[in-house]
Design a protein around this ligand. Sequence first.
Ligand code: PLP
Length: 440
Amino acid sequence: MSFFLRSQLHDSDPAVHNLLSQEVDRQNDGLELIASENFVSRSVMQAMGTPLTNKYAEGLPGKRYYGGCQVVDEVEDVARQRACELFRCDWVNVQPHSGASANAAVYLTLMKPGDTFLGLDLAHGGHLTHGSPVNFSGILYKAQYYGVDKDGPMAGRIDMNKVREKALAIRPRMISIGASAYSRDFDYAAFRSIADEVGAFLWMDMAHTAGLIAARVLNDPLPHCHIVSTTTHKTLRGPRSGMLLIGKDAENTMGKVAPKSGRVKMWSELFDSSVFPGMQGGPLMHVIAAKAVAFGEALQEDFNSYSRQVVANAAAMTEAFLERGYAVVSGGTDNHLALIDLRNKGVTGKQAEEALQAADITVNKNMVPYDVESPFVTSGIRVGTPAMTTRGLNENDFRDIVDLMDRVITNPANETVIQQVKGAIHEMTARFPMYDFVTA
Ligand SMILES: Cc1ncc(COP(=O)(O)O)c(C=O)c1O
């Protein structure tokens, strides 16, 4: 039995170990430009690979349904305290397993099935959990959308006057902000004023931009929103997971009271109950430990300079695309990503993604606003800088990357060009060494 408990993966399961090794090679050698990905530190991975995975801890620190939680209580408290410090907020719940789970808890708290909410159109950069007909958010609730302008001075951007008009017309119970493919910052004060005018709750899903918000590189939603949700693995550079946050906790305005005393419950209590027992069982304590480590890292001054570099690199990359005659949705970027419209280059997003992948450059095809192609083909690609900035690349490297990408996109069927670019990419990534281990 002790061998079973102490076995090393490369001995006990060479097949899986070999696959993990291949993936580490892929990450080391290739150029990772997927805007929602990042590379975590070995410390974050080490926290995940611990016996905390064995522990059941339903409930919250000090109020668990299982014994033996004295240590994991402290771990969760460290994660919560660090997150509150990082986001300058009153309350967090670090238990959601993912961004989608955190969002489920938002709907469960604020909406009843059939209620209407207003969010960013999925075809204009919104996320699946913001009302897609194949997602619970679109199945259980009535999703209505605001979008970005097609042309004119606000092309590719959200016009707050139009958001207000739509909100006044449909009177939603909730307005959501946040996106997966929107390169501009949000005007949270304007959203809050619209929400107040129509009597709606305001929710920001900052999954993509949380790290940039923590580092104060982007506007802060917390003072303006009733609830903020996030993932922890994108710009925030933690383990794959989710979290909920409230800037200033207060008594809820939905009339929810404690059953015995009649005390009006705080918003935080409602969201805590929606996470557990509302939509999850036991929290992943090993992942919560890894979140604590990542939040500790994000509290270091280094993280602010990293975040500024992420944005500087995205700006340099976008300019380089514009210089080469590419159309960039909204004409630029405020954050870590850009949406490149390939229609004037005669290739689809799918063709570009595949050709770039053959050169070991990983991007994702993406719909551009008002796209006529299907989501499986698309007219654009989404590019992002968080992962390669973690490896140490700067503005000049990103200009070189655009040069290499341009060669592939304009010659998607030319095997010689693709092999030349692949060689140049491997030379570049070798200059920025990363993981020298398979298991942390
Ligand atoms: C805006 C937004 N919300 C939520 C999510 C879902 O996060 P997860 O994949 O952790 O469920 C994503 C992921 O891409 C996202 O971009």
